[in-house]
Design a protein around this ligand. Structure first.
Ligand code: CA
Length: 428
């Protein structure tokens, strides 16, 4: 499977029960209203037989589930039409460290190398009923857990419909349907086997990560990491205290857009804003690189506009994919300026103009987490690959943009991007 792997948190009734009391309190205050999406980037995906790397000193939990595999381009699909967009299903293991919170994307827990074993796809005809399927986990040949997909809050068709409402899905993209609250702990030396009727089994050994050499082939979809609240002035504008650890989230390829393109403002929203950002392009494979060595893996820089629809911000995995991974809402320049041309990446002016009026201005001198810090932080728990990119965050100066507006973001010496906002009607 060479597509994007989407997954959904909190989709099993046992999770909502376990977290129910906490969800009545801050920062959540209310249970989630929409599906809580996250992405398993390409460094996580392995096939049956390949080792799950076990990070030293961590608790690693197996999360047996099923992946829905998309068969044709799917955009704004109704639940009743969903079956015709499904090519088949595969067993999957949504491996994770324990989650202590659902407030921020759990990159460190869920996006580690090899943390998404995916089995061979079986066609729809081989599966009696994906919404009433018993999924068994065996550890070293003994059953350790089983659960039934009938206990999911949103079923396969409902998940495909909900995701395709804002993200166009392509053949080969996959959606992991969710996992129960109770998971199976793994230890180095274990063999974890996942089984369900009609499916080829998914079996992976668990191996100390120091003994795993992960062969990362070229992948059609680079990972775009984005940073929330990485400018001190922007954090204060939003009345937040600056984060003590980078607030990283991942954007899916459906959201990428080019220069001189249009971006859609959904109907009936109050606040859509631009975000001018310096983007770091990774040029070499990076695994556990130190801050001192980090700039060696940088190929160069570009510029992006990380639009957001603030109306859709819920207090779950904030910012969620509905806010930040919508179709065409991340214009990004394909022109990578070589790093040698930008000797001082931490002293660049960023500006946004709306219809020629300067609305946003800042400097990369105000980054809370520097470029070397971010590369060292991410590469400590996942392998960065050539083509991966890090959007480093945005300074203060956000404002609403509406259909008809021309939005220009620029980063001094790196480039500029022109984009026009259109309405849903104009986009059709
Ligand atoms: Ca941003």
């Amino acid at each position: 499977m060479k597509g994007t792997v989407f997954a959904v948190a909190l989709n099993h009734q046992s999770q909502r029960e376990a977290w129910g009391e906490a969800f009545e309190k801050a920062p959540y205050n209310t249970p989630p209203k929409t599906a809580v999406w996250f992405i398993k980037p390409h460094n996580t995906v392995i096939r049956t037989g390949e080792p799950i790397p076990f990070p030293q000193g961590e608790t690693v939990l197996s999360g047996a589930t099923v992946a829905l595999v998309v068969g044709k381009i799917a955009s704004k699909v109704r639940v009743e039409d969903a079956p015709e967009y499904i090519a088949g299903y595969a067993l999957a293991n949504e491996v994770s460290l324990p989650e202590e919170s659902f407030y921020r994307p759990a990159i460190k827990a869920k996006c580690r190398d090899g943390f998404c074993p995916l089995g061979e796809m079986t066609t729809v005809d081989n599966v009696d009923n994906v919404d009433n399927l018993t999924i068994i986990t065996e550890i070293n040949g003994r059953e350790a857990d089983h659960w039934n997909t009938a206990d999911l809050q949103r079923n396969a068709a409902e998940l495909l419909s909900a995701l395709s409402e804002f993200a166009t899905l392509n053949p080969g993209d996959a959606i992991l349907l969710g996992t129960p609250h109770s998971r199976v702990p793994l230890q180095p030396g274990d063999r974890v086997r996942i089984l369900a009727k009609g499916f080829p089994p998914l079996e992976n050994p668990v191996v100390d990560e120091r003994d795993v050499a992960i062969a990362h082939g070229p992948h059609p979809h680079a990972t775009l990491f984005a940073l929330g609240l990485n400018y001190a002035d922007h954090a204060s504008e939003l009345a937040f205290t600056p984060p003590t650890e980078p607030l990283v989230f991942i954007k899916a390829p459906n959201t990428f857009n080019g220069d001189n393109q249009t971006s859609v403002r959904p109907n009936n929203v109050e606040y859509m804003h631009y975000e001018a950002e310096l983007v770091v392009a990774i040029g070499k494979t990076a695994r556990k690189v130190s801050e001192a060595e980090a700039m060696d893996v940088v190929a160069g820089y570009t510029v992006c506009n990380d639009y957001a629809i603030r109306d859709y911000l819920e207090n779950y995995y904030r910012p969620n994919l509905r806010v930040k991974s919508r179709d065409g809402l991340t214009p990004i320049s394909p022109n990578i300026v070589p790093k040698e041309a930008i000797p001082e990446p931490h002293n660049l002016r960023l500006r946004t103009f709306v219809n020629g009026e300067l609305r946003q201005e800042g400097t990369t001198a105000d980054l809370i987490f520097s470029i070397p810090f971010l590369i060292a932080y991410l590469s400590d728990f996942m392998t960065l690959q050539p083509g991966d990119m890090i959007a480093t965050g945005t300074p203060k100066g956000l404002s609403d943009v509406v259909p008809g507006d021309e939005v220009v973001v620029e980063v001094e010496g790196v480039g500029r991007l022109v984009n026009r906002i259109v309405s849903e009607e104009t986009a059709k």
